[in-house]
Design a protein around this ligand. Sequence first.
Ligand SMILES: Cc1ncc(COP(=O)(O)O)c(C=O)c1O
Ligand SMILES: [Zn+2]
Length: 397
Amino acid sequence: MFFTELACGLCGKLHSKRTLQTLCQGCGRPLLAQYDLLAVSAALKKEKILSREASLWRYREVLPLSLDLEPITLGEGWTPLLPAHRFGKSIGLPHVWIKDESQNPTGSFKARGMAIAVSMAKQFGLKALAAPSAGNAAGALSAYAARAGIQAHVFMPKDTPKANIVECVAMGGQVTLVDGSITDCGKEVTKRKENEGWFDISTLKEPYRLEGKKTLGYELAEQLHWNLPDVILYPTGGGTGLIGMWKAFGEMERMGWISSKRPRMVSVQAAGCCPIVKAFEANQRFAQEYPNPSTNASGLRVPKAIGDFLILDAIRASRGMAVSISEEEITRAIDEVSAHEGLFFCPEGAACCAALKKLQISGRISSEETVVIFNTAGGVKYMEAFEGFALKNLKRE
Ligand SMILES: Cc1ncc(COP(=O)(O)O)c(C=O)c1O
Ligand SMILES: [Zn+2]
């Protein structure tokens, strides 16, 4: 077992891995899993990973689940990294790659975090889990909890895409729709969890969803032959994927798997909910809660992220940026990229495409650079949002 302990991402306080942990007992911020990376690099040569199973469990040594336990799995991770030749060329960037996360179980990258977190919950013998969600995390939690024989209680804003709600119900999740944002859903979980005996599996309020999301970083490195791209654009809500990738890059460098070169990390948000962009522009380490959040990219409707400082630290350390995109730009990008690449983009992924175009036009990304964007879920989950979007290509006579 290479997983050693947990350290607070803000104050560094150490916490034992042997008990169930939530947030730092000192400052209330997220905990990050630590590994004996020297021992991993001695035991595992990166070349050995090539022949392993096509899932995120190929990185088992840097995941927290005890090596003698069976994971709760639906085959998550190891999604394709596809060259975006036609879209890239259309915006003057010939080296664009799309990490297509819609090919995960339950159709979104939320499967990564939930596979690890629910596997850990099973290891700790938990019987009931609860989480607020913009939609996709609720679907993933319902699926993995069903597989583990654990109850799932999910809280979503009442205007969450119907597909998310229906899939939760189908997989036995207990759904509550809340008249408010994901922050209000989180408050509901906090209020009820103690009485109901639920464990709160909210983004970054327990340490293991992050470990699942960090495998995005391991996969990118492996798929690019242990080189990292020059720029990564990530659609940011709670920011777990961005924080996770940044953590993965540090771990891989310490194991000697990659060099010290890092991509510029670009956080992409919707103009109707962009607390990270505001904090970045104001040179602040912590973000203010964003008032009246509104966007059809439901995964980006996160007015306050508990890991805000981790997102902002990574952006700044990488000399990256934070960019906001209007609803109109998102709509246009869905049409353009989907028709160019044969992938039905979700609004959150399309926001990355729009941001990429903007950065190219303003000269902040050059044509020699290798860029990775994420299609974090499948467009099919967003039907009612598309009615509002009035996609040009969908118009019928
Ligand atoms: C499709 C999609 N993209 C992006 C995000 C944002 O992810 P994160 O919370 O890791 O920033 C979400 C979150 O719900 C999502 O569902
Ligand atoms: Zn702390």
